[in-house]
Design a protein around this ligand. Sequence first.
Ligand code: ADP
Ligand code: MG
Ligand code: MG
Length: 889
Amino acid sequence: MTQWVYSFGAGHNEGRAEMRDLLGGKGANLAEMAAIGLPVPPGFTITTAVCTEFYKNDRRYPEALAGQVRAALARVEQATGRTFGDRHKPLLVSVRSGARVSMPGMMDTVLNLGLNDATVEGLTNASGDARFAWDSYRRFIQMYGSVVLGVDHHRFEEIIEHVKLDEDATEDTALTAQDWHRVVAAYKDMIEEETKKPFPQDPEDQLWGAIGAVFGSWMNPRAITYRRLHDIPAEWGTAVNVQAMVFGNMGNDCATGVCFTRNPSTGENVFYGEFLVNAQGEDVVAGIRTPQPLSEAQAKPGETSMERALPAAYKELLHVRETLEKHYQDMQDIEFTVEKNKLYMLQTRSGKRTAAASLRIAVEMAQDGLIDEKEAVRRVNPASLDQLLHPTLDPKAARQVFAKGLPASPGAAVGAVVFSADEAESRAAKGEAVILVRIETSPEDIHGMHAARGILTTRGGMTSHAAVVARGMGRPCVAGAGGIAVDYGAQTLSAGGRMVRAGETITLDGASGEVFVGAMPMIEPQLSGDFAVLMGWADSHRRLKVRANAETPLDAETARKFGAEGIGLCRTEHMFFDPARIGAVRQMIMAHDEAGRRAALERLLPFQRQDFVALFRIMAGLPVTIRLLDPPLHEFLPHGAQEIAEVASALGQDVAAMERRVAELAEANPMLGHRGCRLGISYPEIYEMQARAIFEGALAVAEETGAAPVPEIMIPLVGTRRELEITRAQIERVAGEVFAAAGRTLTYSIGTMIELPRAALIADAIAESADFFSFGTNDLTQTTFGLSRDDAGKFLPHYVESGILPKDPFVSLDIEGVGALVRMATKKGRRVKPAIKLGICGEHGGDPASIAFCESVGLDYVSCSPYRVPVARLAAAQAALGAKGDRTA
Ligand code: ADP
Ligand code: MG
Ligand code: MG
């Protein structure tokens, strides 16, 4: 019989941390903590397999489930000496969701389940504290009412506010047992009115209602959005954890808290967290009362640390911190409760962290011997390095601070103020930089947080929703800027007498928590320290070389700064758009004969030679792959009457003749038209000029610097062997001429792009004439799918959302289809020419999943945009080490 339920705690642990796929992260780690002897209240986990069955069978549970739940519950009853539904010593439980990977705020927890009009009396008598018992009961009705019965939470808040007003109370803590009694009565009436049914009194009904709500929430829109943003498959399902309650709300020797074993913003090795005395569940993150710091060192004047308020429990918590880090060998995010000075652990997981923290923690843990170098390399999510490569505020700039909040997620962001997630999304879609300003954020805001450059909230702490989610997404965030008043109605925020309206520009500094009006100057990131150490380790473990796609000196310099080992793709056409040259380029295109073209090319030669000299100087002897002219001439045509008239007069032709020529050159389908090597074959003088510029430039730099450049000349859009042979012969002839004239020679190579399916299919024949292949996976994706990248926007997003395609094939290589061609061409090429050099130069060269594929087929290098070079270096190391990627992602 299938085991659907796994017990934990009280010496009976059926699960372990490795079982997270089945038990969910929360359940697996509760079992693990219990198994290593930490104080975990007993309970059980209903597996993710039940969730899958539930949705497969029209929302019905497996038959054996009810019996297994009953048996597991009996074990909890026995361990606690309480009985579910008993009017004297009632067992209360929490019902908690827990997927394989944590999905913050997506699923809702119900606490104090098992309370009803009879058991609340039992709890009163057993605890001797009526106020606590009725407070617990009202919390239960409130959570159950909103999570399970779907009653709007405002209806509950109204009732509490009403009672507070009556009692002249400002804080919930000022309310008495009688007050909570009244709240409970009003809640029950309100629920009956809203749902047309009395609040369920039978604990069994309550339990199954809550279990159903957790499974049901797997398919709520927020959860679906979160999964889509984080590539989490719907099939994974969630588990449900049912756990005996412990109470942080039984008085001043009780508390609840959340903490990180290290600082999740900076990675610094200090204990970091918040707690609240006499509180329950998510009071700490809800922002109702101000949470207090854990340690004395963290406490500011007026704050009372846990170290001071609850010294014994604090000491135990410190011990737990050490045990957990040693055991998991990673920074942990912990939830705990103290009941009558006794500490209970309610959750642990790998803590979400910023990229900077991830790096520092990995490096320091390796330096301290907690993990090894390879593990440190595996730990850091390559994509997250992006965050570190982003600008921060210039520290030298004069700072006129508008307001200050908590430094919740580092990096600086400039953008226009918007007050709603929807607006953030719609304006960002138009290319605008926006800052999302909210009093606080909730899971409904995720799409807007994703679209915004930065997030500012006026409420909530370092563990608030905004802070946690922003850190995960790598968005700069300032949270809890209490000095700012936000008025959604008037669409303004104000602080210190100054008002900012929607649409005005502000700057956030997520590292200091400061907010400025206007756009502040930024500086480039620092690439030293932990970053350099980790990249050094990565470099020593990778096999793939990493090059950059670069054509300007600035790109080339950036590429080298980020550690590129050469240029994998220099697109020469970009050099033709310069205003100083475009005239000559157009003159060449519009010319009617070879003599006309040669005259124009003669004018372009010195420019082009200078381009290569600049690149070769910067690359100082590293390989530089130069792709000869590729795009359809069509792209260089003059547009509109004015440009046509200008070109006509420059060429001394009349406008009508010019218009005819433009019409002649226009193509119906330019991407499949007169481009790539087809141009070089029709107009050999173009490639000749480019080859001459390359060789002359390379010789000049060899002479000047003594470091001979290594040009790799690449022919685009080859589909037949003859095309490559013809163009190759042209280039070799030019090389001979240039070398003869200079009296010196140079090592160079000639290869081809593989970007047409036909080229991949006959790669063995092509390899006879090629020194290297570079997989141009942008075009190869277009031509394999028969899909135009420029037109795919109308349907491709839908394909991805609805799962027709697992990912956008222009972002992450389609391994099944395009990858099969790459694999085949690699094999065929190497069969003919074992030493043939193989690389990839599409956008995919900077995508970690695609890089892992390149490693698996044994390419020699990947080439990507300069800012992705560090990402590629780390991803290449992880691919070589066979890493599964970031464990916290
Ligand atoms: P989330 O996934 O949103 O963090 P949890 O299931 O961890 O939700 O529950 C949120 C909080 O509820 C916990 O941090 C803890 O404070 C409280 N909680 C959950 N179960 C119990 C329990 N058995 N006893 C006391 N408090 C609990
Ligand atoms: Mg929560
Ligand atoms: Mg939790």
